[in-house]
Design a protein around this ligand. Structure first.
Ligand code: NAP
Ligand code: MN
Length: 266
């Protein structure tokens, strides 16, 4: 592990937070970190906010696999991506100052739309009808035509994203030690014309999922990568696979994935 000394703080502009931020910046310098203004010069990226902010911090800094990411919670609760409290950051400074620091590795997925636009997701790729009408998609696993879906939409979640949107539609919670992606339906129609598996399914990291939007008048679904909407308005073909980009986070004694699940949900 290289000696990581260049810290970049990612947060919303927030006057209420400013005093705490000043304190955080001072503490970082006290522990001999250099606080950099440009994330491209960083090797540690710290997000201050909630899980939503953490997702943004990874996206806005380009899914750097040569950086270590960490999340500081601004509430009194820790969450899935936030392991440190803003009011108790000594734990964080200690963790960062430790040269033998261990890392957790989170799989991400890569999505290609119509063979042109490429992007990454840490939580999930989601596609939903943007109007009250349903839309249809042919679903392929590798080259196999698996099913024809008609309904509200679909979610393709990473293991760490499995506790987010995926969980709200009854998907399973998946251990991030398994490099895989989970496909979950949002309100599928099942009748004599349309039939889907109905349950979520988990694909190995070696598989490719292809969604072909059926051109039947509703080919303008809303697509999102984590918490950011895609601006692409018309879509035909979506390919999803596990990406080779891995997001690294700090491994602490009390932050195994299942500890996080317990502290967040139980
Ligand atoms: P949001 O709509 O403000 O928040 C959704 C909630 O999900 C927040 O409480 C957020 O935590 C939490 N969250 C985010 N990632 C999570 C994860 N990996 N495991 C467990 N909880 C997680 O949007 P947001 O804060 O920007 O988060 C974006 C995510 O919201 C999307 O990636 C998607 O997974 C999820 N989402 C869920 C639904 C649903 O459940 N019906 C619908 C749309 C989107 P914080 O409060 O700490 O930010
Ligand atoms: Mn949020």
């Amino acid at each position: 592990m290289p000696d990581r000394r260049n810290l970049y703080f990612f947060h919303k502009r927030d006057e209420e937070l400013q005093e705490k931020l000043d304190h955080l910046y001072d503490l970082a310098r006290k522990y001999d970190f250099t606080v950099v203004k440009d994330y491209r010069n960083a090797n540690i990226i710290v997000s201050i906010g909630g899980d939503g902010t953490f997702l943004q911090s990874v996206r806005k800094t380009g899914f750097r696999d040569d950086c270590l990411y960490a999340g500081i919670s601004t509430t009194e609760h820790l969450s899935m991506y936030c392991d440190f409290y803003i009011n108790d950051i000594s734990k964080m400074a200690e963790a960062m100052a430790n040269k033998q620091i261990e890392v957790r590795r989170y799989p991400t997925i890569e999505v290609t739309v119509d063979g042109e636009s490429n992007f990454f997701c840490l939580n999930e790729f989601s596609i939903r009808s943007s109007i009250i009408r349903t839309f249809a998609m042919d679903v392929y696993i590798d080259d196999l035509h698996f099913e024809t879906f008609r309904g509200d939409g679909m979610i393709v979640a990473t293991p760490t994203g499995s506790t987010a949107y995926n969980k709200s539609v009854n998907g399973s919670v998946v251990d991030p030690l398994l490099p895989c992606m989970q496909v979950s339906e949002i309100a599928s129609m099942n009748n004599n014309s349309y039939r889907t598996l109905g349950s979520s399914f988990i694909l190995s990291g070696d598989r490719k999922l292809t969604l072909m939007v059926v051109p039947d008048g509703n080919e303008h679904p809303t697509m999102a990568m984590d918490n950011e909407a895609l601006s692409i308005k018309h879509v035909r073909k979506i390919e999803v696979k596990l990406s080779d980009k891995i997001i690294k986070t700090v491994k602490l004694k009390d932050n195994s994935f299942w500890e996080k699940v317990k502290r967040t949900f139980l």
